[in-house]
Design a protein around this ligand. Structure first.
Ligand SMILES: CC(C)(COP(=O)(O)OP(=O)(O)OC[C@H]1O[C@@H](n2cnc3c(N)ncnc32)[C@H](O)[C@@H]1OP(=O)(O)O)[C@@H](O)C(=O)NCCC(=O)NCCS
Length: 153
């Protein structure tokens, strides 16, 4: 997989499940868009066991999702990100649909927590509209942290 350079937006987006060999590319993508360093070991153990999605344009990684177990029948979406230049063209929504498809056999719902309180040097905007648009229900908010759930059919 290509770890640097621009993604060619003319190429179609392909989705696939991540494997442990993709961890470095995931960490690098997140480093590109935020000031936080992800824990590579944690990601590797999650993608070994739980649903995950990569979005690629050609060989270039443009987005990812990884997850973990919240309860035996509830999956927790731990992290989702799309490269800034690739946003607002449906990549995030496509990845969510694919995560739901992978999860629907084993899990009855997907839960996620979205918070502005995690330390960050960049100004953060909660992705609430994105989750609402994709059928996630806001089940609790503290004003700074939102909890969303979607039932899987
Ligand atoms: C959230 C994210 C994954 C969405 O990816 P994307 O490829 O832009 O998503 P889509 O193109 O499918 O959907 C974009 C829609 O969601 C909305 N949206 C996306 N990010 C948003 C945000 N941070 N706040 C509010 N709305 C947001 C857009 O306005 C757009 O709505 P529209 O279609 O009505 O115009 C992407 O913005 C991202 O990587 N953000 C930074 C990381 C992040 O916040 N992750 C969530 C942690 S819980």
């Amino acid at each position: 997989m290509c770890l640097s350079g621009e993604a060619n937006s003319m190429l179609p987006v392909e989705l696939r499940r991540a494997n442990s060999g993709d961890t470095t590319a995931i960490v690098n993508l997140f480093r590109d868009i935020s000031d936080k360093e992800l824990d590579a070991q944690r990601i590797e153990s999650c993608i070994d066991k739980y649903p995950s999605v990569l979005a690629l344009r050609g060989a270039k990684l443009v987005g990812f999702i990884y997850s973990s177990s919240f309860a035996p029948d509830i999956l927790e979406l731990l992290n989702i990100a799309v490269l800034e230049a690739q946003r607002d063209s449906g990549v995030g929504s496509m990845m969510l649909s694919e995560l739901e498809r992978q999860s629907s056999q084993k899990y009855r719902a997907i839960i996620l927590v979205n918070s502005v309180l995690y330390p960050s040097k960049k100004t953060k905007k909660l992705a609430s509209n994105f989750y609402l648009k994709n059928g996630y229900n806001l089940v609790h908010t503290t004003g700074s942290t939102n909890v969303f759930i979607k039932d899987l059919a």
